[in-house]
Design a protein around this ligand. Structure first.
Ligand code: NAD
Length: 348
């Protein structure tokens, strides 16, 4: 089944974990371990079919290879999904079964938080397996604030590249998704005097953003069509497609969500429309940089983490400049840079 899936291309391994008694169906995809063991979060999501979950994990694990390469950490790319509703089906039994699966993979895959898997879930897993990072148990804790910081710095760099302006005063930003990353991003943007339009399926989160950051509450069905300067998708992937790219009003896309483009070629259409696309995995690497620092031989060093996250704007600007010079889409250039590091490692 996996080999028939077009997203399988280039993957090294795929593991499936099924425990009918404890309610676990999980897929761990290991895309490329040239740079080190596979590192990437676990998503818990109520997929409508096994094939949908498979496609998602394959696309996400490939993205992790590119992300880990571009941000310069010594890890390869992998990702896991658990097919379950995190609100109603996630429980101790399911998580224990998943910990057993991680343990059986003997360190070839290290996981952390993602949509549906929280910091306390990561702690729960950590008590049963060492193959989990981003915990409070001797770990680097919640990666989301680091992701949000990197997204904020990258978003500012994109705005500067596009307009020459170094500040975000009164710049209108639409944030889709007010979860761990989205809300933290809103905080940075509000402190920088940007004007926010927000949407989330959870009305309470919208109210929170309204009261804390004076955010205007948008319509979750069409937040991405808002009349704003910048779109920051921070919910799920696949949000830009032939259905909406031609009618977007923003000049820049810079958000945290993984795999924002439904198809790779969407970036060419964005470029034709003059919309600057900040490749998601370049922008949202702050969290994985923090998680990877746990494995540093000299020990976890927050200052070093913040210095690496400070490098995200420069990496992005290099991508924007090269894309402009070569008349290419920004995501194509990001991928070339990611592959250059992997190829260099292979030929060492
Ligand atoms: P989260 O689960 O904490 O938050 C996601 C939020 O999006 C939730 O509040 C949910 O209600 C909302 N949402 C879902 N569908 C929506 C829709 N159609 N419209 C509006 N809101 C919607 O997740 P998170 O950790 O904040 O991650 C957000 C995105 O960033 C994900 O795509 C994730 O893969 C990516 N990402 C996260 C990190 C991290 O450190 N957490 C790192 C890299 C990438």
């Amino acid at each position: 089944l996996a080999r028939e899936n077009s997203a399988y291309d280039g993957h090294e391994r795929l593991w499936m974990g099924k425990d009918t008694v404890r309610g676990l169906t999980a897929i761990v995809a290991i895309h490329d371990t040239t740079l080190g063991p596979a590192l990437g979060g676990t998503r818990i999501w109520k997929y409508s079919s096994f094939d949908e979950a498979l496609t998602d994990v394959l696309r996400l694990s490939r993205g992790m290879t590119l992300k880990n390469s571009v941000c310069g950490i010594p890890f390869g790319g992998g990702k896991a999904v658990i097919i379950a509703d995190s609100k109603t089906e996630k429980n101790a039994q399911l998580l224990t079964a998943y910990a057993d699966m991680l343990q059986a993979l003997t360190g070839q895959y290290i996981t952390a938080e993602d949509v549906g898997l929280t910091l306390s879930d990561a702690d729960f897993l950590r008590l049963r397996t060492s193959n989990v990072a981003g915990t409070t148990i001797g770990g680097s804790e919640n990666p989301s604030p680091f992701t949000a910081l990197g997204v904020f710095l990258g978003l500012k760099a994109a705005w500067k590249f596009k307009t020459g302006r170094g500040d975000l005063k009164d710049v209108r930003v639409a944030v889709q998704g007010l979860g761990a990353v989205g809300l933290s991003l809103c905080r940075h943007l509000h402190q920088a005097s940007a004007k926010l339009v927000v949407a989330d399926m959870d009305q309470a989160k919208c109210e929170q953003a309204h009261s804390e950051f004076s955010a205007e509450i948008g319509n979750s069905a069409n937040i991405l069509l808002s009349d704003v300067d910048i779109l920051a998708p921070c919910a799920l992937g696949g949000v830009f497609s032939a259905l909406n790219i031609d009618v977007l009003n923003a000049q820049i896309i810079a958000g945290a969500a993984n795999n924002q483009l439904l198809t790779h070629t969407g970036a060419n259409r964005l470029r034709d429309r003059g919309i600057l696309y900040a490749p998601d995995y370049v922008l949202n690497a702050g969290g994985v940089i923090n998680v990877a620092a746990e494995f540093d031989l000299d020990g976890y060093d927050r200052t070093k983490v913040l210095t690496m996250i400070d490098g995200i704007p420069a990496t992005l600007t290099r991508i924007f400049e090269r894309a402009e010079r070569e008349g290419a889409a920004t995501n194509d250039i990001a991928e070339i840079i990611a592959r250059e590091r992997i190829e260099a490692e292979k030929s060492r």
